[in-house]
Design a protein around this ligand. Structure first.
Ligand SMILES: O=C(O)CCC(=O)C(=O)O
Length: 291
């Protein structure tokens, strides 16, 4: 069933992103928020990344270096749909999945998911990048769905995107031989100047094309900013690099059916280096809490 109208689909194709309210039900939102509150509390007892490991043996939960029991800075949960029914339901069945099917369907496959959390007082920021450079596939019919778990405004570290940049070149995330996971600082200044804020109430989603340039600033407010980020691909988009966040659900068909053929688009893409740490924040130079 179509959820997005033709005007919204045309806007996504032109701008590379679309913010839509009511991507999940109030009940789904409440269940996700309750789960996060529990995880934040649990993090108070830890001084290094922790939790039931992901299938490649990395910690599920990651905190910034500023984390303490009194002021938790839990900043990342890797593949929460592996460990939580609330997140699994949204990943497979929420209205957002139908929106993604309207953009790249009818056959849609799950790739990975994560929570990026910016608690008040945390220093987490995201340097500008294009997701396709982390997760290259045989074609770019790939949508990153960033679901707002909290109200998102200009003060609490909203996602910033460069409209139309998905139609431009891929930017290197290397500094010489080193994978920095971010565009060069000189290029980033121009991108920041051209970027717009993605704002909305909790329960909204920003549907983002995998090649759109984006980043975000730290949270300067007293309100939390959580995003549940699910990456979906067309069923005939096949990964050409290892999943940076593997999960037993990788490749699960969430709408339509499995593909018999891979679709290849002729292009050139620099291959990423895979992270060994709990989250990409360390790849981008923001250390984890170390005890
Ligand atoms: O958390 C954010 O503000 C941005 C997330 C992001 O860029 C990503 O996970 O690729």
């Amino acid at each position: 069933m179509a959820v997005l109208d033709q005007e919204q689909i045309a806007r996504f194709r032109r701008d590379g992103y679309l913010v839509v309210p009511d991507a999940v039900t109030p009940q789904q939102l409440a269940a996700m928020r309750a789960e996060i509150a529990g995880w934040v509390d649990e993090s108070r007892a830890h001084s290094t990344p922790f939790g039931p490991p992901t299938i490649d043996g990395r910690p599920r939960f990651d905190m910034g270096a500023e984390h303490s029991a009194e002021r938790p800075a839990l900043r990342r949960v890797n593949n929460p749909s592996d460990i939580s029914a609330a997140y699994r339901t949204v990943m497979e069945n929420a209205r957002v999945v139908d929106m993604v099917a309207d953009l790249i369907g009818p056959d849609v496959k799950f790739h990975h998911c994560k929570i990026n959390l910016k608690l008040p007082g945390a220093r987490t920021e995201v340097a500008y990048h294009q997701d396709f450079a982390y997760t290259p596939h045989t074609n770019d019919d790939i949508v990153t769905a960033l679901i707002f778990i909290d109200d998102v405004d200009e003060e609490n570290g909203c996602l910033m995107v460069v409209p139309g940049s998905h139609l431009g070149p891929m930017h290197s995330l290397f500094d010489g031989e080193r994978f920095t996971g971010a565009v060069a600082p000189a290029a980033e200044a121009g991108m920041k100047a051209a970027s717009v804020a993605c704002l909305g109430q909790a329960g909204s989603v920003c549907l983002m094309h995998t090649k759109l340039l984006h980043g975000s600033a730290p949270n300067h407010s007293t309100a939390s900013r959580g995003l549940y980020i699910c990456v979906y691909t067309a069923a005939d988009a096949v990964p050409i690099a290892r999943n940076p966040m593997p999960s037993p659900n990788e490749g699960r068909i969430v709408r339509g059916r499995e593909a018999r053929f891979a679709r290849l688009t002729e292009t050139r893409v620099e291959l990423p280096k895979q992270p060994k740490t709990a989250s990409f924040f360390t790849v981008q130079g923001q250390e984890s809490k170390t005890g």
